[in-house]
Design a protein around this ligand. Structure first.
Ligand code: FRU
Length: 490
């Protein structure tokens, strides 16, 4: 039987990757323990699911270039969310509804039904009036080879909605129905629409699940909703609200009306490089999310996508994080415990008093590491303190914790001769006696977690191999570090 265009396009892309990957693997800026593609460009994580005893990760993928281009879905599987095995490309542009060179198979999600793995994704095409986005289905019996549904698209934008802003379906099951939400734009304001179905192919429109009245921008990318504790969490990546790019809302979902009402909002990560996270429920009952570690050109701080294009690749994913809800319904985002299996050469110091003179943090590998600090606030009188990371004396990344004004900053203006900008966020400091900070540094990124994993900053930092000194210092007083532990990660 002759091959379909979809099969041909997948094979062509897989051949291209096979020819490139050995060279790309040698890149000096490649991450050591974060997920990346073998070659080419990636953005959003898609279709996260625990299926057939494995974690499956799909991703927005342009295998042909280190820049965004016609979107494919890459695919990888893992037993622990840390070590990934690459599989053939799952989706490639091939049909009238998903084959434009500035479009393709955009973000979406996965679900198991009837022994098959279904993918719901956005097909992006273009005509003389502009882009047309529709929701489409594909399915697979072996979890590797996917066939696009012959009657795609399965959902088109309702009348009055902008067809160029109608994307990123997230699907789940509740009771006898499947439900799907996707981002939509109407009158230049963001909405999330909710649909339901009994077979994943025929969908009935239910309602506007939630919407922006201007305060939350003109489009919500990659919306996701899930139960947590006795409530529901809605997350999305809003466009048009400056530095708020990964928002969560905690509220209640009414399945009969399809309406979500929220009482709490927060930011998943204040860093420059954390976007479009997607969540899934794993086989241990954990709600896990993975985000893309980069930014779009429409974001206020954007300069470029970093220097890794020179090595034939661009983009990695931030560490998988478990979502937990606190009593006050704010959320914690905790790096998954599987990461502990990477720890080597632990070093620990206790009771360190750091004043204006830099205290050098002991590390067996000052480039790629994990660090946990516990600050005793009762015994510290500094107004603020800084963590100077991955420094060679001149270049450095500076994390500033301003205790006096309850603020936190991640400054990468001197990080690597390439990156710019300084993130900023309020610091909750709900615990008045102690402040714990947890840091993961990889070859091209630094993720900082604090405030019980409620205030997090993730940024890409392309520091060279010689930038491996790390320090802490107090400002206008001293800082009392009760315990400081570091590990090399490999
Ligand atoms: C988010 C996003 C999605 C879209 C995809 C395209 O980063 O813009 O809305 O589906 O990327 O690659």
């Amino acid at each position: 039987m002759s091959k379909t265009l979809h099969e041909q396009n997948i094979e062509k892309a897989d051949r291209y990757i096979a020819a490139k990957k050995l060279l790309v693997k040698q890149g000096e800026m490649r991450q050591k323990y974060h997920f990346m593609a073998e070659a080419g460009w990636i953005n959003d994580p898609n279709g996260l699911i625990f299926f057939g005893e494995k974690y499956h990760l799909f991703y927005q993928y342009n295998p042909y270039d280190s820049y965004w281009g016609a979107m494919h879905w890459g695919h990888a599987v893992s037993d622990d969310m840390i070590h990934w095995e690459y599989l053939p490309i799952a989706l490639a542009p091939s049909e009238y509804y998903d084959n434009h060179k500035e479009g393709g198979c955009f973000s979406g999600s996965a679900i198991e039904y009837d022994g098959k793995l279904y993918l719901l994704y956005t097909g992006t095409a273009k005509d003389e009036n502009g882009f047309i986005q529709t929701q489409c289905a594909a399915y697979s019996s072996d979890g590797i080879h996917f066939k696009k549904y012959e009657h795609n698209p399965v959902i088109t934008a309702p009348d009055g909605y902008d067809p160029a802003n109608f994307r990123d379906p997230k699907v789940w099951r509740h009771g006898e129905y499947f439900y799907l939400i996707c981002g939509a734009g109407k009158d230049n304001l963001a909405q999330v629409l909710i649909y339901r179905s009994v077979n994943l192919l025929e969908w009935e429109y239910l309602n506007v699940l939630a919407e922006s009245r201007g305060e939350w921008g003109y489009m919500w990318e990659c919306p996701d909703i899930y139960p947590l504790g006795d409530r529901h969490v809605l997350m999305f990546s809003p466009m048009g609200v400056h530095e708020r790019t990964v928002v969560y809302m905690v509220g209640d979902l009414n399945y009969k009306t399809g309406k979500f009402n929220y009482t709490v909002t927060g930011e998943i990560d204040w860093g420059f490089d954390f976007y479009a996270p997607q969540s899934f429920l794993d086989n241990k009952g954990r709600r896990i999310l993975i985000g893309w570690a980069n930014a779009w050109d429409w974001m206020p701080w954007w300069k470029d996508w970093g220097p890794t294009f020179k090595e034939g690749w661009c983009g990695s994913f931030a560490l998988p994080r478990e979502v937990r809800m606190c009593e006050d319904h704010t959320l914690q985002f905790i790096p998954v415990e599987e990461l502990k299996s990477l720890r080597k050469h632990e070093m620990e110091v206790i009771d360190v008093k750091a004043g204006e003179t830099l205290y050098e943090i002991p590390l067996s590998n000052g480039n790629v590491y994990e660090m946990e600090l516990l600050i005793d606030l009762d015994q510290s009188d500094a107004e603020s303190f800084t963590l100077i990371l991955r420094s060679d004396g001149e270049k450095k990344t500076v994390i500033e914790v301003d205790l006096k004004h309850q603020m936190m900053y991640f400054d990468r203006n001197l990080s690597d001769g390439w990156s710019t900008g300084r993130t900023k966020s309020p610091l909750k400091m709900e615990d008045k006696h102690q402040l714990a900070i947890h840091i993961f540094a990889d070859q091209s990124s630094i993720e900082v977690f604090t405030d019980h994993y409620k205030t997090n900053h993730s940024c890409n930092v392309f520091a060279g191999k010689n930038q491996k000194r790390n320090y802490i210092a107090g400002k206008n007083g001293s800082i009392y570090v009760k315990r400081l532990s570091t590990w090399e990660l490999s």
